[in-house]
Design a protein. Structure first.
Ligand SMILES: Cc1cc2nc3c(=O)[nH]c(=O)nc-3n(C[C@H](O)[C@H](O)[C@H](O)COP(=O)(O)OP(=O)(O)OC[C@H]3O[C@@H](n4cnc5c(N)ncnc54)[C@H](O)[C@@H]3O)c2cc1C
Length: 246
């Protein structure tokens, strides 16, 4: 029996300047247990190619939206160092087959939270989007999202409660190809979270995206704001120089 669920690419949409929404449909995708915030692992390499094996056949993607009728949407960022995942998102066409693992993960909304704090970058907004859609309109939401440019903003529910900021464009300098380590300074996201006016007592924080930024915000919440560790859910998605985390 295959560990993969098999489907077909049914729709491709340029949903932000650098992100494609890719819809996969099929009978294997019906009635899956899914909680918003979960991810799948997608086969992005060719099983017959030794190069694919070396670079890693799988990449992990949050589920932007899911229907039990057998329809699952991913949003994949096209980043400057494009590895197998970003390259797959460039070359895939409607009608192509897709193989993925069932939904999994612990980055999900804690319903007993007094309020919800979201912090991360554009990749994190895919999971955050699904989680925010699942929250009732009365939920108390705070958030800080760092993006490369204004075109990187995914449409999110409760967006008026989130602070968005673009990272300085000139940080990478004239180097070509760009060193990804230069694109993100963890201090950016910490500064954004530090400036948020949060209630006096801890809520639940969901930190995702670039790994060093997640860790820096986690330390800020625990050390500077006195949050208990269990109130901070961290899921690093990527980090400069490392391939396919998870
Ligand atoms: C739980 C989880 C959920 C995720 N959800 C999403 C999602 O919804 N959408 C999404 O696009 N990605 C998501 N990711 C990240 C994704 O799995 C891949 O890491 C990412 O697509 C890069 O894969 P790649 O093959 O293109 O590059 P890789 O071969 O994995 O990496 C090559 C190099 O590219 C650079 N790099 C990687 N990612 C970025 C980036 N975002 N910005 C700038 N430079 C980068 C790094 O320097 C890295 O060493 C998620 C990861 C995890 C663990």
């Amino acid at each position: 029996m295959s560990v993969f669920l098999h489907g077909t690419v049914a729709e491709i949409e340029q949903i932000t300047a650098r992100m494609r929404r890719i819809r996969i449909t099929g009978a294997d995708l019906r009635d899956l247990p899914w909680t918003p915030g979960m991810h799948i692992r997608l086969r992005v390499g060719d099983l017959r190619s030794p190069r694919s094996w070396l670079r890693g056949l799988l990449r992990t993607y949050s589920i932007w939206d899911y229907s039990t009728t057998g329809r699952l949407d991913l949003c994949i960022l096209d980043h400057p160092s494009a590895g197998p995942g970003a390259q797959w998102s460039r070359r895939v066409r409607v009608g192509d087959p897709a193989a993925l693992t069932p939904p999994d993960g612990r980055l999900v909304v804690r319903e007993d939270a007094g309020y919800h704090l979201f912090a991360g970058d554009e990749t994190a907004t895919v999971a955050f989007g699904a989680m925010l859609r699942a929250l009732p309109p009365s939920a108390i939401v705070h958030g800080a999202i760092s993006v490369e440019g204004p075109g990187d903003r995914l449409p999110l529910d409760h967006a008026e409660r989130l602070t968005w900021r673009c990272r300085p464009a000139d940080r990478a300098g004239p180097a070509d190809p760009v060193d990804p380590a230069d694109l993100v300074d963890p201090a950016d996201l910490v500064d954004m979270v530090r400036s948020l006016e949060l209630p006096g007592t801890p809520g639940v924080a969901y930190l995702a995206g670039e790994a060093r930024s997640c860790q820096a915000v986690r330390l800020h919440l625990i050390r500077e704001r006195g949050w208990p560790r269990r109130a901070v859910v961290v899921k690093p998605f990527w980090t400069p120089g490392r391939r396919g985390m998870d």
